[in-house]
Design a protein around this ligand. Structure first.
Ligand SMILES: [Zn+2]
Length: 775
């Protein structure tokens, strides 16, 4: 349904015919062309000058063959049939297209080269003939049938050397050779720039400009270094083929992105997948989503791949949904293949994401949603900070401190200078890896959770520098408010309480931060994540039982080093709010019971609460797949119930078969030493493929893939966004969204990008448009 909702917005052929002349022949953006054959306008309605470009676009993209769709059943003389997807792979696969909306097949060739309404049943009206494949053969017909002529025209268009256009401008062998070298040089240069996430164009590309941007400058350099190249590029190239226009750079870039995407979709094959979505943060004013697919490849590895940025007109759930539909239609994907959804719960758009999630679930019941684990973890920390009064105050002061210290550039400069002196004076301070190089105190207010730990860690290391900065403000600030604020902060920082909280919270956050890092690993599987959560909780319990003395030791050492008064544990505790009143407790009692134990108990409770919400039925059932402790979690009935939660993946026969397969499977696994000591379902799936057991137990393997596909965190999407920031933002304004998207795909998926050959890009580039020069 969905895909169509979007396309129904685009003008239908009928009202196009009524709108005449000028608007009718306006230039078409190729990316706006509808993929669904039933939605396309006749080629003849486009500007004659652009028709070939449109034809090439459809041909390079290939026929519209969506897979895994929920196709309707039709009664053919008493027998129910539906469109057979195998037809894509048949001898008609080069041109057959399927429209979900009409539930009909069409012919791409005839659509592209239809001249009149004669003999064009496929091209215009489509055909529903699921019981008669021979009708396709009839359509192909004899030599010089309409279809055959269309096929020849397709070949001619793609093979320019044969085309009439080319016959007029036949090139000499030398011209061809020069062109090939020029194009290869440009492609290799674009590859190097994309690989580094570098911008192509400069601020000033005029003839007299000193630096014309990376692309032009490096091209010139290549020509200077290599004489052979120098002879064919820039001013030595024919005037109409210098290959320096921004549009050429963009086209090469787009070829690379398309080749990377081609590899991604080959890797995905016909498998099910999850989608991970996040909104764009402060990159531009336009709203956009980054979309990542998570799936299991043929070797049993979990893959998360960035497939593109989706621009949305407005941030409503419906508009996000139509953005996803548009992306899916473009890549022949179907919502029916989605088996999981992941969104960044901390995002500003989380409300809209909830709406989007519901819209997708409405179309596909198996598109399970699991709360992002990393986000839940963040809520644990936030929960703690707001519930314990002293901790709340501590974080408040820390955040003040950071504001004050980094308020003005001047202060930051002082900070850096002081720090540099400090590092020289104090060689024992750990240097390198950028750890102490910058006085950048990350703000804990950032929604990204792990920053809390980083902040505290840096505060411990940079403690003397921060104190010096505060003292500098006290002596040099122009207004008294600043002075007294800095003064107050210095007093607080030099108190035993502050040092104690600083170390305690750093320790606690350190334990959970390990979990946070583990959860953000790409190949993390959900069963393993649940186990990690359990073990982190156990560590917190251990720390509560045995951690106090070592904490106190650290705190005391720190205090001694910076001459801060250490409170004596055996003395009576004095309440700072009411110094005269007897408290009748020792300092030890105060710090152990009121602080250390209480905070850890709260943390542990919050853990149980948050992660019990996450650990829903689905995850408990999945846990039965775990190979840990020689498959001790295995439970046949639970796994059958799990299969029951995926109605699209297991039909009644298969569910019955699964029962027996599970019996053989577990017997075999426990017996086979190659399956001992595996760590998680991810490892198990890989081992299954290595030992070819996935062929012996296909249904069990299918269950494993379903559990692996569920996202644990939306970390990959975040990674895509940080790469995007790397791809310079000012460039985007000059090169446009398409370029931004293409260069992000290449930059994020660099492992696949490296595999793209220059020859492939050259061929794609050549087919994209009618080129003056031939290869
Ligand atoms: Zn045809």
């Amino acid at each position: 349904m969905s895909i169509l909702k979007f396309f129904s917005k685009s003008p239908s052929p009928s009202n196009l015919e009524s709108s005449n002349s000028s608007s009718k022949f306006s230039k078409i953006d190729l990316d706006d062309l509808p993929p669904d054959p039933s939605k396309r306008k006749p080629i003849s309605s486009y500007n004659p000058n652009q028709r070939d470009e449109i034809r090439r676009y459809y041909l390079v993209k290939g026929p519209h063959q969506p897979k895994g769709l929920d196709r309707p059943w039709t009664d053919f003389g008493g027998k129910m049939r539906r469109f057979p997807e195998e037809w894509y792979k048949s001898e008609y696969g080069n041109w057959i297209e399927y429209s979900k909306k009409e539930d009909k097949v069409y012919c791409l060739y005839c659509y592209l080269f239809k001249e009149s309404r004669q003999n064009d049943a496929y091209a215009i009206d489509g055909l529903r003939c699921w019981n008669k494949k021979e009708k396709l053969q009839k359509h192909v017909g004899e030599r010089n049938s309409f279809h055959d002529i269309a096929r020849k025209k397709v070949d001619d268009l793609l093979n320019q050397a044969q085309s009439i256009h080319a016959a007029f401008e036949r090139q000499t062998d030398k011209e061809k050779k020069d062109y090939r070298l020029r194009l290869t040089t440009s492609i290799k240069l674009v590859r190097a720039l994309l690989n580094g996430g570098l911008s192509f164009r400069g601020h000033d590309e005029s003839k007299n400009s000193i630096y014309k941007g990376h692309y032009l400058e490096l091209l010139k350099l290549l020509g200077e270094i290599n004489e052979e190249i120098g002879k064919v590029i820039l001013d030595n190239a024919p005037k109409n083929c210098q290959m320096t226009a921004p549009s050429i750079q963009k086209e090469i870039c787009s070829c690379f992105a398309e080749e990377v995407l081609k590899k991604i979709f080959e890797e995905l094959g016909d498998e099910v997948f999850s989608i991970l979505v996040d909104e764009s943060r402060d990159v531009s004013n336009k709203e956009q989503m980054a979309v990542v697919l998570r799936y299991v490849d043929k070797l049993g590895n979990v893959k998360e791949r960035f497939v593109g940025l989706v621009h949305v007109m407005e941030t409503t759930s419906l508009s996000l949904k139509s953005g996803i539909d548009r992306l899916f239609a473009r890549y022949n994907l179907s919502l029916n293949r989605v088996r999981g959804q992941g969104y960044d719960g901390a995002s500003n758009m989380s409300g809209e994401f909830n709406g989007l999630k519901a819209l997708i679930l409405k179309e596909n019941l198996s598109a399970y949603f699991v709360h992002c684990f990393a986000h839940q973890l963040q809520l644990v920390v936030v929960g703690l900070a707001t519930k314990h009064h002293e901790i709340f105050k501590f974080f408040g002061e820390v955040s003040n401190l950071i504001n004050v210290v980094s308020a003005s550039c001047k202060r930051i400069d002082v900070g850096r200078e002081k720090q540099r002196e400090n590092l020289q004076l104090n060689p024992e301070v750990e240097t390198g890896r950028g750890k102490n190089q910058e006085l950048s105190l990350a703000r804990p207010g950032d929604t990204r959770w792990s920053s809390h730990e980083k902040t505290l860690h840096r505060l411990i290391i940079l403690f003397p520098v921060v104190i010096e900065v505060l003292e500098y403000i006290e002596t040099s600030a122009s207004d008294d408010a600043h002075k007294s604020q800095a003064d107050g902060l210095e007093i607080y920082m030099k108190s035993f309480t502050f040092v104690f909280y600083l170390h305690m919270m750093k320790e606690i956050l350190g334990i959970t931060n390990k979990l946070c890092e583990a959860l953000q690993k790409k190949d993390q599987d959900i069963v393993n994540a649940c186990q990690l959560i359990r073990s982190t909780k156990a560590q917190l319990l251990d720390y509560r039982l045995e951690g106090f003395d070592s904490l106190l030791k650290d705190v005391t050492t720190f205090c001694d080093k910076y001459e801060i008064e250490v409170v004596k544990m055996e003395d009576e505790y004095v309440d700072p709010k009411n110094r005269r009143k007897k408290t009748n407790i020792t300092n030890r009692h105060h710090y152990v019971v009121n602080n250390f134990n209480t905070v850890l108990d709260m943390q542990i409770q919050e853990y149980e609460r948050r992660f019990n919400e996450v650990t829903t039925n689905l995850l408990m059932l999945m846990n039965c797949l775990s190979p840990c402790n020689s498959f001790s979690a295995f439970n046949k009935q639970n796994l059958l119930d799990l299969a029951g939660m995926y109605p699209y993946d297991f039909n009644i026969d298969e569910k019955d078969k699964l029962k027996y397969e599970l019996g053989h499977y577990i017997y075999n696994m426990k017996d086979d030493t190659r399956f001992a000591n595996l760590n998680g379902v991810g490892d198990l799936a890989k081992r299954m493929v290595e030992t070819r057991k996935h062929i012996d137990y296909p249904l069990v393997y299918r269950l494993m893939k379903l559990s692996l596909v569920l996202p644990v965190a939306t970390a990959s999407v975040e990674r895509s966004f940080s790469s995007m920031k790397h791809v310079k933002t000012d460039v985007r304004n000059r090169m446009g969204d398409g370029y931004m998207n293409d260069s992000c795909i290449c930059f994020v998926e660099r492992d696949l990008f490296q595999q793209v050959s220059v020859e492939d890009v050259m061929q794609r580039f050549q087919k994209m448009k009618s080129r003056r020069q031939q290869l």
